[in-house]
Design a protein around this ligand. Structure first.
Ligand SMILES: [Zn+2]
Length: 164
């Protein structure tokens, strides 16, 4: 799944400006042929007001959904998902994120991890989150060894979070 140029920086900026609260919004994009999420290209973000009362929650303003749908229609894109930020915790779906997730959508989370702020993407179905490979077009990929990924317990990469 591709993240169009500039959007990675936009996500980091939106997270920072919402602190200490969560930022949230919607993802607009296109789906290539096939149903795999690999073929999705995220082309634009809609930043929404966060209507949640709690500091560690988000609730996308329904007005932003209407704006996102209009823009999708105008550009011949689709509403492909939702994004939100974690002010303090790693960019992995919390229990609330998993319970409230709409399974038809991509869920992008931006949060601090190992001294940096990272962006991760998931599909969440019936409380179970599966990480997707997300490639920002303008952010160099960390170098990886050419061999197969290691199977050790500390191996980074896609993982399944939660229980059914
Ligand atoms: Zn969350």
């Amino acid at each position: 799944m591709l993240l169009a140029r500039g959007l990675h920086a936009d996500l980091l900026r939106a997270r920072r400006s919402a602190l200490p609260r969560e930022a949230c919004g919607l993802l607009l994009g296109t789906r290539g042929s096939g149903s795999s999420s690999d073929s999705i290209r995220i082309r634009a973000l809609v930043v929404a007001d966060n209507l949640a009362r709690g500091i560690d929650r988000f609730e996308v303003d329904p007005g932003a959904v209407v704006r996102a749908e209009r823009r999708a229609l105008a550009e011949d894109w689709q509403l492909v998902g939702v994004w939100h930020s974690h002010p303090r915790t790693e960019p992995r779906p919390s229990r609330t994120d998993r319970e409230d997730a709409f399974s038809g959508w991509i869920h992008v989370i931006v949060g601090p991890e190992e001294g940096a702020v990272r962006v991760r993407a998931y599909r969440i179905v019936e409380g179970l989150a599966r990480e997707l490979v997300l490639c920002p077009e303008d952010v160099p990929r960390p170098r990886r060894r050419a061999s197969r990924p290691s199977k050790g317990p500390s191996a980074p990469g896609p993982a399944t979070i939660g229980s059914p």
